[in-house]
Design a protein around this ligand. Structure first.
Ligand code: NDP
Length: 475
């Protein structure tokens, strides 16, 4: 019997899908799950439905048996809950492994944890990779986008397997080494931050259609489906169209109309915002999206607000906003959101000395992941020409911004004057206006700081720092 080289621990939603993907598109593998009944169920289910793949799976009912079933040097993928479970599994696994056996954490780890684990692995002289995997269950099964981090030579050991199972854009696999330590998990977190913002902007546009124009869900879905054939072509616009047109089989009502309007945020979206603050990188569209989810969760307060102040959204007069204007607003908003995401990656790359391959980041997101969209290919080209520049300055996107900014501004102004909440879209306008204002209002902030705290300021007419205003002298 030949022993597989690859093992996978954690047969939850993602682990099962990834195991079948590896078995189908790469090579046979060993699998293990803490709760062994899940392993049995997985094997039985696979044998019933995909018997050829079941033959390529070697199940184990103990960690020791799992390790022994693998040929050396081993490569073991962890697909368990992020956080303490990863540390627990590594602690249980390491003593059973040889020094050249590779552990790959493929869950949604906080990149700080991955940095720590990478340092611990390096100190112990054992190989470790932290790897972001995007695309949900469907992606994991049929081709995810994979963002790797850790020592390059460890990535190279398994690159052919990861490229075999990754989504393909044309012939190019969406699996890339991003840098050392937690670089892969950081890129995945920012991906998720952009995902939050993209979803929020779609939801806000849905809100304008629903509350500002009184359109039903099916009609809104049809509009999203149409937009998906143009510049907004993307997985999220596509699925939003499908979500909006779906009917609840139990009630016959539009599915959207009976889904509770309460969204949570955890993990990667939150980490993206926190890290952006640490790095001083402005990502207001992503922040607004995370904040909007938090506000949505305050269901009772929102009900009380409506009872106290009256319902906010007012119907727009007929013809106030056209579908084309809203499409243009989404295009401009999307560019702002990605520009901020890449700007954050740039700041992190410099701070952590990762040397993130910016065009490769855009390329790895072109297929397989949740934020895949036709715009990403143009973003990859723009970042190829000027990897350190903000995307809005790339000629292609500069022109698109000029073309669609009026639509975004009109949309936001109209929405705000009618009480329609558009936090992410309006954050995009405000950020854009700040970005094109050479003389900002921060001189007032600096004056205030100097007044109350003698913090000092720079002058526009002289070199040097630490000037003070006349108030410091009692003036
Ligand atoms: P599930 O809840 O479906 O599965 C969790 C898995 O983790 C189970 O196999 C569980 O084992 C195992 N596990 C949890 N705690 C421990 C522990 N202490 N020791 C050993 N095993 C443990 O989660 P998902 O498959 O959805 O997610 C797995 C990882 O992938 C997470 O980090 C998640 O954030 C990430 N991810 C998820 C995506 C998604 O769309 N779902 C997308 C991209 C990444 P047991 O059965 O014994 O409880």
């Amino acid at each position: 019997m030949t022993h597989p080289r690859i093992g996978l621990i954690g047969l939850g939603t993602m682990g099962r899908a990834l195991a079948l993907n590896i078995a189908e598109n790469a090579e046979p593998l060993a699998v293990y799950n803490r709760t062994t009944s899940k392993t049995d169920d997985f094997i039985a289910h696979t044998r019933a439905n995909e018997p050829a793949l079941a033959d390529r799976l070697t199940p184990a009912d103990s960690l020791e048996g799992f390790v022994q079933s693998l040929a050396t040097p081993r490569a073991i993928i962890l697909m368990v809950d992020a956080g303490a479970p990863v540390d627990k599994v590594i602690a249980a696994l390491r003593p059973l492994l040889n020094d050249d056996d590779l552990i790959i954490d493929a869950g949604n780890a906080n990149f700080h944890d991955t940095n720590r684990r990478a340092q611990e692995a390096e100190a112990a002289g054992v190989p470790f990779i932290g790897m972001g995997v995007s695309g949900g269950e469907e992606g994991a099964r049929h081709g995810p986008s994979i963002m790797g981090g850790g020592p390059r030579d460890h990535w190279d050991r398994v690159a052919n397997v990861l490229e075999s199972i990754a989504a393909k854009y044309g012939d190019t696999p969406c699996a890339t080494w991003m840098g050392t330590g937690g670089a892969g998990h950081f890129v995945k977190a920012v991906h998720n931050g952009i995902e939050y913002a993209d979803m929020q902007m779609i939801a806000e546009t849905y809100g304008i259609f629903r509350d500002g124009m009184g359109r039903d869900a099916a009609r809104i879905g049809a509009t999203f489906a149409k937009w998906n054939e143009g510049p907004l072509q993307s997985y999220l616009v596509e699925i939003s169209g499908k979500v909006a047109t779906a009917t609840d089989p139990e009630t016959g009502k539009p599915m959207l109309d009976i889904i509770l309007d309460k969204a949570g945020q955890k993990g990667t979206g939150r980490w993206t915002v926190i890290e952006a603050q640490h790095l001083g990188a402005p990502i207001p569209v992503i922040e607004a999206a995370v904040c909007a989810r938090n506000t949505s969760a305050r269901l009772q307060q929102r009900q009380r607000g409506q009872d106290s102040f009256g319902a906010a959204p007012l119907l727009l007069p007929e013809g106030t906003l056209s579908d084309d204007t809203l499409e243009g607003a989404m295009i401009a908003g999307k560019i702002m959101c990605y520009a901020q995401g890449f700007d954050l990656l740039h700041a992190a790359s410099a701070h952590y000395d990762w040397g993130l391959p910016m065009p490769e980041v855009a390329r790895v997101w072109r297929e397989g992941c949740i934020i895949r969209s036709s715009m990403l290919n143009d973003m990859a080209s723009a970042l190829e020409s000027a990897p350190d520049d903000n995307l809005i300055f790339a000629p292609f996107f500069h022109d698109l911004v000029e073309q669609h900014m009026p639509a975004l501004r009109t949309t936001v102004a109209t929405a705000l004057s009618h009480g329609l909440a558009v936090p992410a879209l309006s954050a995009a306008v405000t950020w854009f206006d700040m970005m094109r204002t050479a003389r900002s209002t921060a001189n007032m902030i600096q004056g205030q700081r100097d007044f109350f705290g003698a913090h000092g300021f720079e002058r526009t007419d002289r070199d040097g720092k630490d000037y003070h205003g006349p108030w410091a002298m009692g003036g």
